[in-house]
Design a protein around this ligand. Structure first.
Ligand code: ADP
Length: 190
């Protein structure tokens, strides 16, 4: 089994690279952001709860995203592995993911972080906002808040995985294909 956490700031390219890697290794791609946006689009109770947080660029509460991940893992008992994209985003989420994995006899092989500097992130997010219609990518204030929340709440997770010797940063800039190559080379060695 191959379970990978794809890590990075908003706009680092997690979704793009996760989809490519999932396709190449036949892994289940779990993006909490995508799942939450689907819930919002379907008008579910969960979606209604999440929308206020997402629109402000704040995190949806840990228990909500943890429940989503737990149920997704359980819905794929025959998976060859999972790529976690946008999860974990807090230390509590990272600890819970490890617990969930242990319960199921699985483990995270690597946490791969896509490194991109802030100016480039903002540029990418504004560009995506203009084309994708994602409301949280259209406001500079919301983008700034998401990056700020990333620094305060998500970056500390690096230490958590570093201690486990699972932290592996790669350069997240340049052509999408070049970034995929870097990622592929690392994953091959796992
Ligand atoms: P990005 O990485 O560009 O911020 P995502 O699609 O991963 O985009 O997430 C969009 C929003 O969904 C986040 O800003 C947050 O409000 C919510 N969200 C997604 N994943 C999580 C998570 N693991 N914990 C809390 N909130 C989350």
């Amino acid at each position: 089994m191959l379970n990978i956490v794809l890590f990075g700031a908003p706009g680092a390219g997690k979704g793009t690279q996760a989809a490519i890697l999932a396709g190449e290794h036949d892994l289940v791609h779990l993006s909490t952001g995508d799942i939450l946006r689907k819930e919002i689009a379907s008008g579910t109770e969960l979606g209604k709860q999440a929308q206020g947080f997402i629109d402000k660029g704040e995190f949806v509460p840990d228990r909500v995203v943890i429940d989503i991940i737990r149920s997704q893992i359980e819905q794929h008992p025959d998976a060859k592995g999972f790529i976690f994209d946008g999860f974990p985003r807090t230390t509590a989420q990272a600890e819970t993911l490890d617990r969930l994995m242990t319960e199921k006899g699985m483990q995270i092989a690597s946490m791969v972080a896509l490194d991109v500097e802030t100016g480039e992130l903002v540029k990418r997010l504004l560009k995506r906002g203009a084309s994708s219609g994602r409301a949280d990518d259209r406001s500079l204030d919301v983008i700034r808040n998401r990056i700020d929340v990333y620094h305060r709440k998500t970056e500390p997770i690096i230490g958590y995985y570093h201690t486990q010797k699972k932290y592996h940063p790669i350069d997240g800039t340049g052509d999408i294909a070049d970034i995929s190559d870097r990622l592929r080379r690392h994953v091959k060695g796992l």
